[in-house]
Design a protein around this ligand. Structure first.
Ligand code: PMV
Length: 325
């Protein structure tokens, strides 16, 4: 049997950091993510291969289970795969090839994406009927188990896809619009600690409560305007809102010289809107490029690791390519 699945990564388009204070945010699932290919084996071996991190291993099923224990002191990206495998019982082993087509550990939801794509492949292999709600829940539980805490946003984005408005009660609402979102994502290759950056904003809030409260309220207004802008399909306004949100994040102190360099370079090439995405302090920026994306991509990718993407509406999907006879 051969199975193929795909789950999308995500980027936060608007409202990072203020979302911690129950203000709204907007995220989008992207057409870059993780492809999983599963090939059944006749023996009891489970072979996992992840080219991007040069990882390959072979473990054995005992009484249909893997019984993998992750090392509490040394958590690995592979733990997400093994925790997903731990959920199921198998009659036979399999080869699992995990092809990561996104950047790891820079706020694009890579661990959630790997988990969701793997669960989908294993559900098809074991003929287990899982709804998207089940997949999102199991993947979120795996993230909590490995990370200690995790917001459900990344696993939900990978599972359901789409353009999502996270409201003041942290509920995820799909924005239905016909707007295309051609995006460039550039990686400054400096990893940042989300917890420390969230803490730095909190300290600023405590020090200058009125000023920061005003920034939060402005961000809230901006995110709500952005939601309407998607529905109105107004690409000029969207670009302006992206740039204003970048200014607010700079004011909160989470921008860096490297991120600014990328943001202004891509704007200099002609991209109309660009901002950091996620925690800041490193990681990625995105540029919204309704026109000439190839031209901007060719230029910015000479200086920075960059990929092109657009929104992914479908979320996780998979199919059985060939059945066992
Ligand atoms: O970079 P990410 O995807 O971990 O996003 C962090 C987003 C913050 O708003 C800064 C924190 C959070 O938990 O929402």
């Amino acid at each position: 049997m051969k199975i193929k699945t795909f789950a999308p990564g995500k980027i936060i388009l608007f409202g990072e950091h203020v979302v911690v204070y129950k203000k709204p945010a907007i995220a989008v699932a992207i057409s870059r993510g993780v492809n999983v290919e599963l090939d059944s084996r006749c023996d009891n071996n489970i072979c996992v291969n992840i080219d991007l991190i040069n990882y390959s291993s072979q473990l054995e099923l005992v009484d249909k289970k893997l019984n993998y224990q992750c090392d509490e002191d040394n958590k690995q990206i592979t733990d997400y795969v093994y925790e997903a495998i731990n959920m199921f019982e198998f009659e036979n082993g399999f080869n699992l090839n995990i092809d990561i087509n996104m950047y790891l550990g820079v706020g694009l939801g890579s661990s959630a994406t790997i988990t969701v794509a793997t669960i989908k492949a294993l559900a098809l292999y074991t003929d287990t009927n899982l709804t998207k709600e089940d997949i999102a829940e199991y993947a979120h539980n795996i993230e909590i188990k490995i990370q200690g805490a995790a917001s459900p946003i990344d696993t939900a984005m990978s599972t359901y896809g789409g353009l999502i408005y996270i409201d003041n009660e942290s509920k995820l609402n799909r924005i239905d619009c016909n707007m295309q979102l051609p995006l460039l994502v550039s990686n400054c290759e400096i990893s940042a600690n989300t917890g420390l950056l969230v803490e730095s904003v909190r300290k600023k809030y405590e020090k200058y409560p009125e000023i920061i409260e005003n920034i939060f309220s402005t961000a809230e207004e901006l995110v709500n305007e952005a939601k309407d802008t998607f529905i109105e399909n107004d690409s000029n306004k969207l670009a302006n809102l992206i740039n204003i949100n970048q200014g607010l994040l700079d004011a909160l102190g989470v921008n860096t010289l490297e991120l600014s360099d990328m943001i202004y370079k891509v704007r200099g090439y002609g991209a109309t809107g660009s901002k950091l995405t996620g925690s800041g302090g490193g990681g990625c920026i995105y540029a919204y490029c309704p026109d000439n994306i190839d031209e901007f991509y060719n230029k910015i990718s000479e200086d920075y690791l960059t990929f092109k993407c657009e929104q992914s509406d479908s979320g996780v999907y998979g199919e059985i390519i060939t059945q066992d006879k």
